[in-house]
Each structure stands twice: as C-alpha cells, then as structure tokens.
Design a protein around this ligand. Structure first.
Ligand code: F6R
Length: 612
C-alpha cells in the first residue's frame, strides 16, 4: 500500500528518494511522485506509471534538490490519475508553499474540505490528502512544525505524513497516527520512510515513531514530540540499528518474485524452524510459560492469506493441543459484539505486521480485557510485534510478490510449533510424539523440494486453466483452508473467478455450478477423510465436471477420463497442509503467466494493507 520516503540533506537527494520508492514498490501502488525544494520554489514530478517512468520524467525535467518528499499511492479517495497522485501542494497554484504526502485515510475530510473551501482554498484533486496540505498551509505562520501540529489535531482517521515548506528549505516535518512511519538518522542528513527497507544502504539508524508522534527533521538533528490530549510534549525515542534487507529485491534466475518466493520455501521453513531441537514455550517469549498455563482458549485474528493460516491452525490446536480455538477475520471481529474471555490467548498472524485491520482487532481484543497476546509475524520490527506480549518471528525474508506464498507456509510452521508448545504445557505431548513431530518438521525442507519438482506437470495443467473463467477448489478438514488459499491465489493473480468449498458442502448448492467448463481442483491427501472426499469427487464427475486432483503418493486415486491426477511425492501426516498448498501456488502462478497478468503486482491490490 502507499509508501513514503522523505529527506533533508546537503546533496541532491532525488536519486535516494527514487531508490526508496523502488524498494517500496512491492507494497503495491497505482501512481507515484516526488517533490523537491529547487531554486526557491516547489518542483514536482508525478506519474500513473511505474517508478522507473517517474525517474525518466525527473531526469527530463531536471528535478533536483536537497530537501524532498516522495510517494507511491494506492488509490482510496479519487481515481489513480496524475492530479490525485502525491505530493499535493498548497495553495494549489503557482504560489504553492506546502508540499505533502500521506498514507492512510482521513475520515472527516469532507467537513474539512467544506471548511477550507469557505476560507478560499481551491481543490484540484479528489483526495482526502489535499485537505491536510491546505490545513497545514492555513496554519502556517513561519514555523512548519507548529503548523503541522495545529493541523493534525483536526484530523480524524489514520495518517502518516511528510511535509515541507518552500520558505524553510532545510526542514521536513512528519507525523503518524494509525499508519507506520520511521525516521532514519544519517550523517548530516535525516529521512522519513514507511519502512526501514526503503532506506537500506542509506542508513541503518532507525527510530520507530510511535502512535501520535510528530517529528521535526533538520540537517544533522531531529526532534520528536508526542501527542498528549490536544497538545504535544517532548519525547525521547530510541535509535536502533536495523539491518533491513537490500539485496532481497534481486530476482536472480526467476521470472517473477512470486516464483522466486515459492522456490525459497525450503530455505524459509528451514530458517523459521532453525534451532528447534525440542519443544518449549520459550520460543514465544520469556512470559510464555506463565501465559500458556493461564489460558483456556485461543482466538486467532488475521486477514486474507494469514487468516487461512489461522483456519488451518485451528485443526491442529483443537486436535493436538485440545484447546478450544476460534478464528476471526480481523475486520469483522473489531466491529462485532463478542463475548470476551480474559483467559484467551489472542494470536494475530501477519506477514507485514502493519495490517491496519489486524492491529485494530488486536487493540479491540485488549480493550475487552484480553491481555494475553501473541503474534506470528514476519517483520521483527513491526507494529504488531511491538503491540504483542509474545511473538514468534517467521524467517521467510522479505516477501515482494503481492500474493503471499513463503510467508504463508512459514506462518503454518510457526503455528504448528505453537500447537506443540501448548500441547506440552497442557500435558498432551508425550516424548515419543514430540520426537516424531520434530522429525517431520526437520524433514519439511526436503519434502518441499520434492513438491517443487512437480512444476512441469503443473505448468501443463496451467495451460488448461488459463482458458477458463471459473474454478472450484475442494478440500476437507485441515485441507479446506488450503483449498481456500488455492482459490485466493488463483483469483488474485490470474483474475479467474475461483471459490473454495469443503467438499461435503457441494451438494448443498455449489454443485449447480458444475458442468464440463468447470475445473474442480481437489486437495486429496491420504487421510481419514479421503473416502468421503472420493464420494464428493464422484458427485462432480457425474455432472461432467473436470477434476484436477493433488493426491498423496500412497493414495489410490488414479487418472482416468475427466480425472487428472498429480501425485505428491510422499504422504505427510499432520504437516500435510504446508506441502499441499505449494502445488496450488504453482498452479496459480503458471496460470497467471499464461494469461500474461502482472503477477507480482496484481491490479487493485497492495502488499501491506495499512488502511482500513
Ligand atoms: C494474499 C495476501 C493477503 C494478505 C493480507 C494480510 O496473497 O497476501 O491476503 O495475507 O492482506 O496481510 P498480512 O499478512 O501482512 O497481515
């Protein structure tokens, strides 16, 4: 989702800003722009194309300067168009003196717009952001820091902003509430950015600004104030050394980041489970023993793919750890009346650790008196990790493709470990069971390599799928969430309409959709539900539906007319969901390639969803 990079420096900072935007591209965007202070005036370049095109514009127009702000926009208010792209200026004419970029959503923008129009401000975009630019200008009386503070107390909603002023050439002011913003302290220069990765190679001295912070950046110094009621007080924030990956954005021999990330899964799982030689709650934090002993249920909160990881974990938690588990879509949970239980372990799952809905759901759970919080998260420095008492950091590495792959399987690995730790505390794990689970976990990287070797067979199927308009995915038990994830992967990157059902539900309605044009992907591991699943498959065949089955090595399902079978190399037991999702990722990936879609940056989607 939207990205911010901003700087005060003593060198032409535009190349650094553009490089920062390139590093944030993976978050998803539909327009981009940069503004600088140049020869006593504000200059900007904006584009509805890629950052590479923006770079060309910058060179052609000779945009350069010591102080600047830059942005990638993911449209919320107003279409993706140049006039809506950030930075926004105020006043919006040749006398512009305020330049501003914003991530988030301003909920009271309509009222503020009317108020500012009445004061004579002209609006040239449909964005909520332009309201903030005019508001800062309205309050400006020679001190940008004071003007920003006066403006932000009027805002309702979520924002991270970076602002500079024509009349104070060596100053950038930032503020955040509900959207992430970090400060990077350099040698004689200072930066703001949406995440530390944007500044990789520029500075590793990072301050994670807190909710309500406003920061004044000047050459060689910065000053943070924290919101206190309607006012602000001086705040001290720790400068941390953060080693953000910069080399991760290299594609190597792969066509797309998604393909690279699918193939990285053996490494990612190996790293995530590194050091797991026995089961202990301590993997989740110092307080874990105490908390795990105190709980009687689990509530999982997450969105999208991370939510499906939670749905899979419910099967493990209830059957292995014998603990009652509820899984909720974060954006729903936060707005519904639920019955809180203070003895619940609230588990958030997030790749980015910055998903606004999940953070809000976590805060909502806490506000209901549920203080036992744990996150399974891929970003150690994220808001989610800072907000939770316990954490397990998955080590997938930076995930660039918008469609989550290695983050999902590493989340599952972390959740399986959580299941075993809870089982241990609850006296549900014998030494023999622990040893067997550990053996299977250690085998995962090798097992994944075997599954990845199925790619050529899956590519052949993808040719068929690329010609379809719809697809159904079936699974049962802990593989039903895997079917859901397979359908999500296919729709988000190939734009083919796909839905998933627990196979036993077919006859209750969806079977009406099945005909010879409907491919039905079936996740068919050799488990206790296979017999039932086979009957469901017969229901599909009887209606002329074409079955594409992922069966285990030892399963008795054979290919025949109308039934295509790819056999997984092994039978995987409890960890089977981690293996069975991989061919579905490959199927979606190759179908999207065959259809020529923008695999890594599917339309309308963003990587890090930092707005509600
Ligand atoms: C789909 C996908 C999304 C994310 C969701 C939550 O491929 O990536 O559905 O899973 O937006 O994001 P995180 O995990 O960052 O909280």
């Amino acid at each position: 989702m939207c990205g911010i990079v901003a700087a005060v420096s003593q060198r032409n900072i535009v190349p650094v800003l553009v490089e920062g935007l390139k590093r944030l591209e993976y978050r998803g965007y539909d327009s981009c722009g940069v503004a600088v202070h140049q020869e006593g005036a504000l200059r900007r370049a904006r584009s509805t194309s890629r950052v590479a095109e923006l770079d060309t514009l910058i060179v052609e127009d000779g945009v350069a300067g010591f102080t600047g702000i830059a942005h990638t926009r993911w449209a919320t208010h107003g279409a993706p168009a140049v006039h809506n792209a950030h930075p926004h200026f105020s006043p919006s004419d040749a006398n512009a003196r305020i330049a501003l970029v914003h991530n988030g959503i301003i909920e009271n923008h309509e009222a503020l717009r009317a108020e500012l129009q009445a004061k004579g401000y002209t609006f040239v975009s449909q964005t909520d952001t332009e309201v903030i630019a005019h508001l800062v200008d309205h309050h400006y009386a020679g001190d940008l820091f004071a003007a920003v503070k006066a403006a932000i107390v009027r805002l309702k909603g979520a924002y991270a902003i970076a602002v500079f002023c024509r009349d104070e050439p060596h100053r950038v002011v930032g503020a955040r509430a509900g959207s992430p913003l970090i400060l990077g302290a350099g040698e004689g220069e200072n930066f703001l950015a949406s995440d530390a990765m944007a500044l990789a190679g520029v500075t590793n001295q990072i301050v994670y600004l807190e909710e309500g912070d406003v920061v004044d950046l000047q050459i060689g110094k910065f000053w943070v104030e924290a919101r206190e009621g309607e006012g602000f007080v001086r705040a001290t924030r720790e400068v941390r050394t953060v080693y953000a990956h910069s080399g991760a954005a290299e594609l190597g021999p792969y066509r797309h980041f998604m393909q690279k990330e699918i193939f990285e899964q053996p490494r990612a799982i190996g790293d995530t489970l590194e050091g797991v030689t026995g089961i202990t709650p301590e993997f989740f934090g110092d307080e874990a023993w105490k908390i795990f002993r105190d709980i009687d249920s689990v509530l999982i909160l997450a969105c999208g793919t991370s939510y499906y990881a939670g749905c899979t974990a419910k099967y493990w938690l209830e059957s292995i750890a014998r603990i009652s588990t509820q899984v909720e879509i974060a954006s729903e949970y936060r707005y519904r009346d639920s019955v809180p239980n203070p003895r619940t372990l609230v588990v958030t799952i997030s790749q980015s650790g910055e998903t606004a809905d999940t953070i809000a759901a976590l805060k909502h759970a806490r506000s209901l008196g549920m203080e036992h919080t744990l996150t399974i998260c891929n970003v150690a420095t994220s808001a989610m990790v800072r907000e939770c008492r316990l954490a397990y950091i998955t080590r997938a590495g930076v995930e660039i493709g918008v469609a989550s792959t290695k983050a999902f399987t590493t989340q599952l690995a972390g959740l399986f470990l959580l299941t075993l730790a809870l089982a241990q505390v609850r006296g549900r794990l014998t030494e023999a069971q622990e040893a067997e689970h550990l053996r299977q976990m250690r085998h995962l990287p090798v097992a994944l390599q075997g599954v990845l070797a199925l790619e050529p067979q899956i590519m052949a199927w993808a040719e068929d799928f690329a010609k379809k308009h719809n697809a159904l995915f079936l699974g049962r038990g802990k593989h039903y969430p895997i079917a859901l994830e397979g359908a999500l992967k296919l729709k988000e990157i190939s734009y083919i309409h796909a839905e998933a059902y627990p196979a036993g539900e077919l006859k209750h309605g969806p079977l009406a959709l099945v005909d010879a044009n409907m491919p039905v992907v079936t996740v068919a591991p050799h488990d206790e539900l296979l017999k039932k699943l086979k009957s469901n498959m017969q229901e599909v065949r009887a209606r002329g539906g074409e079955l594409y089955v992922f069966a285990d090595a030892d399963s008795s399902i054979e290919s025949e007319p109308g039934i295509h079978v790819i056999r997984m190399p092994e039978h995987y037991g409890a960890l089977s969901p981690i293996l069975h999702v991989v061919p579905l990722q490959l199927l979606a990936y190759h179908t999207a390639c065959a259809r020529g879609t923008d695999v890594d940056k599917p339309r309308n989607l963003a990587k890090s969803v930092t707005v509600e």
